[in-house]
Design a protein around this ligand. Structure first.
Ligand SMILES: Cc1cc2nc3c(=O)[nH]c(=O)nc-3n(C[C@H](O)[C@H](O)[C@H](O)COP(=O)(O)OP(=O)(O)OC[C@H]3O[C@@H](n4cnc5c(N)ncnc54)[C@H](O)[C@@H]3O)c2cc1C
Length: 386
């Protein structure tokens, strides 16, 4: 990937934003279990950072995905995983399908305000009984005149308690599971929507996550994104950007863990010498940094394919898989060298250890990525090429 001066300028803008507007408040937000999302999104919107890749006519910058990737990477410098996740939901999870397939009206009513930071969005795919198996979801949107009536529930929905709209995947017919789904934009103030209490999570503490219930929620059919029955396909496309975003966001977060731990190991002495002077320890940092560079190369390669209009599914799935696995390896290895300090709740490595764990579960678990990679390698039973 060749980065231009414009990529570098964008990197600096995001880096400055993280340093000035996010990091000084992260401890407070993690403790509170929430952050002022509308306020933060408005500031991001004013800088154009919520619409990097979105069309200019709706307030976006109209740049290609490589710029989005650079921003995702830089948001990895945030001193927690929760706030970047929440931003990624807005930019790369609940708005790509609206931008690509939505009507002008949907773009005007939901995309433009999301880009400006005037509206917070969330993505509603997972359900209690259908996380990995997206095709098995049960929420329905049944036609009634010009409207849909929605019934069901969505589980673990990031940003939902403060969101203004949800990009909802629901069954709109009794056709086969891959052909009966549509993506529908539902305003969160619609009568019939209610929430569980905030879910008490292992990590990502500063984001709000809840179960969302739909009880006879009426929404106009014109809020459907694209043609009826194409929601599953659109969501699978939307997942590609979500997965590249997740991989890119991991890179600098993990480098930060290694850097902080090196610093600590230079200071901390055992048996009369700094921890870092033990070969087992400095070799470990060399191994981890090598792996991080490998993640970076893989993620950039996936991005390059995507930018060039080629199918990045295979490499994006590999990058997501690698990010999840490496996130666990780096945070676990680094936490070890902080000893008892690393086991304390407020220690930066302890937070990273908890936050990165989601990467192997959310947005398609490691095993789902392996299944996709196998399918593309032609090694899945029933799909073998020979
Ligand atoms: C903090 C948080 C935030 C989230 N935010 C959102 C959100 O904003 N919107 C949204 O829609 N969803 C969200 N999710 C949901 C997330 O995407 C799902 O949890 C994820 O897709 C896994 O689904 P599941 O939990 O139902 O696990 P299951 O499908 O029950 O799978 C459990 C485990 O089994 C394994 N497994 C599953 N299938 C296979 C298989 N075929 N072969 C081998 N192993 C397998 C995997 O290891 C998986 O982790 C969030 C989840 C969390 C925890």
């Amino acid at each position: 990937m060749k980065f231009t001066p414009e990529h570098k300028a964008l990197r600096k803008t995001v880096r400055d934003f993280v340093e000035k507007e996010l990091n000084p408040y992260i401890d407070e937000w993690e403790e509170a279990g929430e952050y002022p999302i509308h306020e933060v999104f408005k500031k991001l919107g004013n800088l154009g950072l919520l619409g990097i890749q979105k069309p200019e006519e709706y307030g976006g910058m109209g740049l290609d995905y490589s710029y989005n990737l650079v921003a995702a990477e830089e948001f990895g410098r945030t001193l927690c995983g929760g706030v970047p996740l929440s931003i990624g939901v807005q930019t790369d999870m609940c708005t790509p399908a609206i931008a690509r397939f939505g009507s002008d009206e949907l773009k005007r009513d939901f995309l433009a305000p999301a880009i400006a930071g005037d509206m917070v969005g969330c993505i509603g795919v997972s359900e209690v009984g259908a996380g990995s198996d997206v095709a098995g979801l049960k929420t329905t949107a049944k036609k009634d005149g010009d409207d849909y009536i929605i019934n069901g529930s969505k589980m673990w929905i990031t940003n939902s308690p403060k969101a203004d709209f949800i990009c909802l995947l629901a069954n709109t017919s009794d056709d086969k599971p891959h052909k009966n789904k549509s993506l529908i934009v539902v305003p969160m103030n619609s009568p019939g929507i209610s929430f569980s209490n905030h879910l008490n999570k292992l990590g990502m503490r500063s984001t709000e996550t809840a179960q969302v219930f739909f009880d006879d929620v009426r929404v106009p059919q014109r809020n459907r994104i694209g043609a009826e029955g194409t929601g599953f396909m659109m969501q699978m496309m939307q997942f590609q950007e979500e997965r590249m975003w997740a991989a890119a966001n991991m890179i600098l977060a993990l480098e930060g863990c290694v850097e902080k731990t090196i610093e600590y190991c230079r200071e901390r002495k055992t048996f009369g010498q700094p921890l870092i002077d033990n070969q087992v320890i400095h070799f470990c940092f060399a191994e981890l940094q090598t792996e991080i560079e490998a993640l970076r190369a893989l993620t950039y390669e996936a991005c390059e394919l995507h930018v060039n209009g080629k199918d990045a599914t295979r490499l994006a799935s590999m990058a997501k898989l690698k990010a999840g696995r490496l996130g666990r390896e780096v945070t676990d290895s680094c936490l070890q060298y902080w000893g008892g300090m690393g086991y304390m709740w407020d220690n930066p490595l302890s937070r990273a250890y908890r936050d990165v764990r989601l990467a192997s579960i959310g947005g398609g678990a490691d095993e789902i990525m392996l299944g996709i990679i196998c399918k593309m390698m032609g090694t899945l039973p029933g799909k073998r090429k020979d």
